[in-house]
Design a protein around this ligand. Structure first.
Ligand code: PEP
Ligand code: CO
Length: 450
């Protein structure tokens, strides 16, 4: 099978969730343009992430994958990127400090622009328009011009990914992520919450540890281990023409890598074993994620593992379960058992967001913080019962003080949702809820949750 793979072999398979581009020649032109651009990431970086994920698969590290449901062409600014990084760094500090294990940080960032939809069209009143598929395809507002898929957006997605990634690299390598600045990551609106105060106490302990190291003669200022972090990029590999255009042969190993991001995942709606998305991803050398929902059967999951990681490479495959708080334990346990028996060295991550979404009385799509925590608790419980490692979490969040998910320490209510509901797609945890969640996760994993 592998011998017949090429970056374009997915064209022979059924590709779900592809936009109906009216301007087909425009798409060809745009993809040729993207194919002529430099890669966004280097294959060696994808391999480093894979080695770190191998540590997660072995139970020695934890994966934090987090960011927007969909990045926006409109809400694109340095502030926005910085705030998102800040909260990811805060969560990583809490998890690292509390669990005493390395945390592998992967953003849903610098390329997370495409959305699968349950219906190809949306009807309001008597009008039917193409559904919004993310800014790489069309605009969100309900008018015919905005909703018409526009190939120029493929090029714009590349450029926005490039500048976002550039800033992520600058922030993470240029001093912002220095552990000595651990207090400065606590934004004011987070710092005033109970989770923010708890975070301050962890930050103070880290300060004391750094002081101790300095007193012992360690140069904490110029040590990159303390002053820099690796934040990798990831997105759902949905628009396959775009992913193909950024797939390049690595000059060092000769292998193919999808250089649009370090890690790519296949979504719940497109993970059919014989479909185009799995065909595309099986041939690229990047670490790959696969979302799995409550309907997946063990036999199907094993086929996916075999197709995506036939060589059983540790760190190559992350299974991201999104089962729903009420059924995660029951659905997950047989899958954990089957994968373990098959010998596939996977990373198990929990997406506690996508199967806990519902509509509030005012029609807003939302999620309750308690359900999010509930799914993680069930995920950890299932792993404990099967003696497997609950390797990570996959979260939709923003650094902003939005009101999109209910509950949390501020007890965001139905009535609050309209106050700052800014997501372009699914509801995200705000900065306070995210830091709170990190503490809860650390307690659940170390078995100290009450
Ligand atoms: C997502 O991650 O935004 C998403 C659409 O998830 P899923 O494929 O699990 O539904
Ligand atoms: Co989402």
């Amino acid at each position: 099978m592998s011998s017949t793979w090429s970056p374009s072999s997915w064209h022979q398979r059924a590709a779900d969730q592809q936009p109906a581009w009216p301007d087909v020649e425009g798409v060809d032109r745009a993809l040729k343009t993207v194919a002529s651009f430099p890669p966004l990431v280097f294959a060696g970086e994808a391999r480093s992430l894979q080695s770190s994920l191998a540590q997660v698969a072995a139970g020695n590290a934890f994966l934090l994958q987090a960011g927007d449901c969909a990045e926006s062409f409109e809400e694109f600014s340095a502030d926005n990127i910085r705030e998102k990084l800040r909260v990811i760094l805060q969560m990583a500090v809490v998890l690292t400090y509390s669990m005493g294990a390395p945390v592998v940080k992967v953003g849903r960032i610098a390329g997370q622009f495409a959305k699968p939809r349950s219906s190809a069209t949306e009807r309001i009143g008597e009008i039917d328009l193409p559904s919004f598929r993310g800014h790489i395809v069309n605009g969100a507002s309900f008018d015919p011009a905005a909703r018409t898929p526009d190939p120029e957006r493929l090029v714009q997605a590349y450029h926005q990914s490039a500048s976002t990634l550039n800033l992520v690299r600058a922030f993470t390598k240029g001093g912002f992520a220095d552990l000595g600045r651990v207090h400065a990551w606590n934004q004011e609106f987070v710092a005033t919450s109970p989770a923010g105060q708890r975070y301050e106490r962890v930050a103070a302990e880290i300060d004391r540890a750094l002081n101790f190291m300095r007193a012992c003669g360690v140069d904490t200022e110029s040590n990159p281990i303390l002053s820099q972090v690796d934040v990798y990029t990831s997105h759902e590999a949905l628009i396959l023409g775009y992913e193909e255009a950024l797939t390049r042969r690595d000059s060092l190993t000769g292998g193919w890598y999808d250089c649009s991001a370090h890690m790519l995942w296949v979504g719940e709606r497109t993970r059919s074993v014989d479909g185009a998305h799995v065909e595309f991803l099986r041939g690229v050398g990047n670490p790959i994620g696969c979302k799995i929902g409550p309907t997946v059967e063990a036999s199907e999951l094993l086929e996916l593992c075999q197709r995506l990681n036939p060589a059983h490479v540790p760190g190559r495959l992350t299974l991201i379960s999104r089962m729903g708080a009420t059924r995660v334990e029951e659905r997950l346990r047989p899958l954990l058992r089957a994968v373990k028996e098959s010998g596939h060295p996977v990373v198990w991550a929990c997406d506690p967001m996508h199967a806990n979404t519902f509509s509030a009385p005012n029609g807003r799509k939302t999620r309750h913080f308690d359900d999010v925590i509930g799914e993680i608790a069930g995920f950890v419980q299932a792993h404990r019962a099967e003696s497997t490692w609950p390797g990570g979490i996959h979260i939709e969040l923003t650094g902003e003080n939005v009101t999109e998910c209910l509950g949390g320490a501020d007890d965001v209510s139905d009535a609050d949702l309209d106050r700052r509901y800014e997501t372009m797609c699914d509801p995200r945890l705000n900065g306070r809820q995210s830091v709170d969640l990190a503490f809860r996760v650390a307690e659940l994993i170390s078995g100290t949750a009450t």
